[in-house]
Ligand binder design. Structure first.
Ligand code: SF4
Ligand code: SF4
Length: 339
């Protein structure tokens, strides 16, 4: 396997950034990791994960879609789409890497979302194996191996070097482009480090979380559970859980009159919001119980029903850390599971 000493990683970043935009997790002024475009002085973060997920690269929070110009009864439609330039995302954890495939199922199936596809095709994803998973992590419940995160290039560290392994043709091209800085590495220490990480993963408080009580065949009993009232009672409908979630995929489309024409844009929306399903005829989900139930039924029942049993959660733990009332998908799963 090819490697580079950790203290030389900035040299690799500089080489990559000569040809394309490179984004790495870097600590902001509050000490939270955020994906940041690399330039000299931007340092790679040691944080386990970023505050906001990597989905922003492919599904940004707001995005202009199309412009219109009105002249009498005529409408001129202006296609503002542009081919995205190639870019590299470095340091994506296994949970976020899996979330891309959950989003792909939705956005790359017919009708294909050309905005999403454009960015997805131009990105090279360099993942980073976890070495210090947190107590809020439960990716293993969804079959994810945090020590083998995948992507175009899989990267892992033994504490002194970063090791690289290409997983796709794009990944091979990336390795070729930085090969002048890489050398052959003995992976004995890396194997030890991965074994230690697996020991930590097995001892995490959520290591035993089971998905057995969930899935398409549990739809009716879970939908009708009397537990939803108690679980949803304190929900503030703030939408934080949906906005930090790497797999939440809902958006709203609006038109804005600029004075010189109409700009149609989309922005993230949340099924936790009271107007999310509001239509001309009214709103089919009138209570927070219904909205709360929808979010978790989608992740644990509806999504697996549509996509071969794959769950719509990757166990990243962001909602566990960020919900202001400490409600989250783990509490929902534990409350609803059949023991
Ligand atoms: S973050 Fe918590 S309070 Fe806010 S909408 Fe989600 S579950 Fe409700
Ligand atoms: S539901 Fe929570 S733990 Fe699951 S992917 Fe979304 S933010 Fe992460």
């Amino acid at each position: 396997m090819l490697k580079i000493a950790i203290e030389k990683i900035d040299e690799l970043f500089a080489l990559v950034a000569q040809n394309q935009a490179l984004y790495i997790p870097s600590d902001n002024k509050d000490g939270a990791a955020e994906y940041t475009r690399w330039s000299e002085g931007v340092k790679y973060s040691n944080a386990l994960n970023t505050l906001r997920s990597a989905k922003d690269f492919f599904f940004p929070q707001t995005e202009d879609l199309v412009d219109f110009k009105m002249s009498g009864k005529n409408i001129e439609i202006i296609d503002i789409r542009k081919e995205t330039e190639d870019f590299v995302i470095f340091g994506v954890r296994a949970c976020d890497a899996k979330s891309f495939f959950i989003l792909d199922n939705v956005y790359l199936s017919e009708p294909v979302d050309s905005y999403y596809k454009n960015r997805r095709e131009h990105a090279t994803v360099i993942t980073m194996a976890c070495s210090k998973p947190s107590e809020t992590c439960f990716c293993s419940a969804f079959g994810i191996d945090a020590t083998q995160p995948g992507g175009d290039v899989e990267c892992a560290s033994d504490g002194t070097s970063f090791f690289f392994e290409a997983k796709t043709e794009k990944g091979k091209a990336f390795i070729d482009s930085v090969s002048s800085l890489l050398s052959d590495g003995d992976t004995a220490e890396l194997d030890n480090a991965k074994a230690k990480t697996k020991e930590i993963l097995a001892k995490l408080p959520l290591a035993e979380l089971s998905t057995e009580s969930f899935g398409a065949d549990k739809l009716t009993e879970l939908f009708n559970s009397d537990k939803w009232a108690g679980l949803s009672e304190s929900c503030l409908a703030c939408g934080t859980c949906t906005f930090v979630c790497p797999t939440c995929q809902c958006y709203d489309i609006k038109d804005f009159d600029t004075g010189h024409g109409i700009k149609r844009y989309r922005c993230w929306d949340s099924c936790m919001y009271s107007d999310f399903t509001k239509m001309a005829h009214g709103n089919p989900r009138l209570t927070q119980l219904e909205r709360f139930r929808q979010r978790f039924m989608h992740k644990l029942v509806y999504y697996p029903a549509n996509y071969d049993g794959v769950f719509g959660c990757v166990g990243c733990g962001r909602c566990l850390a960020k919900c202001p009332i400490s409600m989250n998908i783990v509490k929902v799963m534990k409350a609803l599971e059949v023991k």
